[in-house]
Design a protein around this ligand. Structure first.
Ligand SMILES: O=C[C@H](O)COP(=O)(O)O
Length: 317
């Protein structure tokens, strides 16, 4: 992550900024579906946008059977995310993903495998994915991951505090997590699939930003419903409101179930249309994904060779 936007400081708890907000769900759904169908990126620029998407990926493995070997292979992929001949044809040699995201005990393996690459290690923490271990343990887990070499920490919020409107308590908890992160950047996972309403999503976004989150992130990838466009629209509008109120630019990370080049384009279009191109850079935008690179590589091959026939598609399936 570049230091263009250093660690966020947040603000004091200010319920006035979200208390009376009520998100119009049908309007958000209409806007999201119009964005998904949009073709604002010209064909000539698609490869460049896909390359941008690669630089924004938090390449992730968060599985119970993760091993040092799997993490090392993932890190090799992070260094060389698509075939070298494709990158060279596009003049994009040296392109890497934004970060590698793993469980805390995998951080040392990732840190070693990424040495000298400039790719940061992100670690989930705070009892990911449910976040229901006691707060002192969640804070200790953050400190452990940072000590092991994580430069970015993906925390999960306590959903109960959002579902029962205990916004001050949620703020206080996230604030302590912010402090435990020290110099590491903090991404606050809202687990939006658990939050029931878009109004709760907006309020939780505001509270996380007030508490000092550097990024707000949709999902753990483990909820029944993960990143969706209406939820993401609600969150990016909260980002814009927070920037207008404070001058602080907080990042956005959709995650969970995003697998295709089309997904990457849909979310980049959302960012570009709602927030502008500056918010499409890896210091302000990440896509949490375990399996998106394969499809991006196929699309880039199509752009480079211009001979992506139905037969090729069949052969690759
Ligand atoms: O934070 C990232 C997500 O856990 C990745 O989810 P995914 O495996 O559905 O891509």
């Amino acid at each position: 992550m570049t230091d263009a936007f250093p660690r966020m400081t947040g603000t004091p708890f200010t319920p006035d900024w979200f208390d009376t907000i009520s998100v119009n769900t049908p309007a958000a759904e209409r806007r999201a579906s119009s964005l998904a169908g949009r073709r604002t990126v010209k064909k000539d620029w698609q490869a460049a946008w896909l390359a941008r998407a690669i630089t924004c990926i938090d390449l992730t493995t968060l599985a119970g059977d993760d091993t040092a070997g799997r993490v090392q292979r993932l890190c090799a992929k992070a260094r060389n995310p698509v075939r070298a001949d494709l990158l060279s044809a596009l003049g994009l040699e040296g392109l890497t993903v934004g970060a590698v995201c793993v469980y805390p005990t995998m951080v040392p393996h990732a840190a070693k495998a990424l040495e000298g690459s400039g790719i940061p290690v992100a670690s989930v923490a705070t009892g990911f994915p449910a976040g229901l271990t006691p707060l002192p343990l969640r804070l200790a887990e953050i400190r452990y991951a940072v000590e092991q070499g994580a430069a970015e920490i993906d925390i999960v919020i306590t959903r109960e505090l959002a579902l029962t409107g205990q916004w001050q308590a949620l703020y206080d908890e996230i604030r302590q997590m912010r402090e435990a992160c020290g110099d590491a950047h903090m991404k606050a996972i809202l687990a939006t699939g658990d939050l029931k309403t878009l109004t709760n999503v907006y309020k939780a976004s505001m509270v996380a930003m007030q508490a000092g989150a550097d990024f707000i992130k949709t999902s753990t990838g483990k909820e029944e419903v993960n990143a969706t466009l209406p939820v993401s629209l609600t969150m990016v509008r909260a980002l814009r409101d927070f920037r207008d109120l404070t001058g602080q630019w907080v990042g956005f990370k959709p995650a969970g179930g995003l697998k295709t080049a089309k997904d990457a384009m849909n979310w980049l279009i959302l960012m570009k249309e709602e927030l502008g191109t500056r918010w499409c850079m890896p210091d302000l935008f990440r896509i949490g994904a375990s399996s998106m690179l394969g499809d991006i590589e196929r699309q880039l091959e199509h752009h480079v060779t211009g001979r992506y026939s139905a037969a090729n598609r069949h052969a690759l399936a």
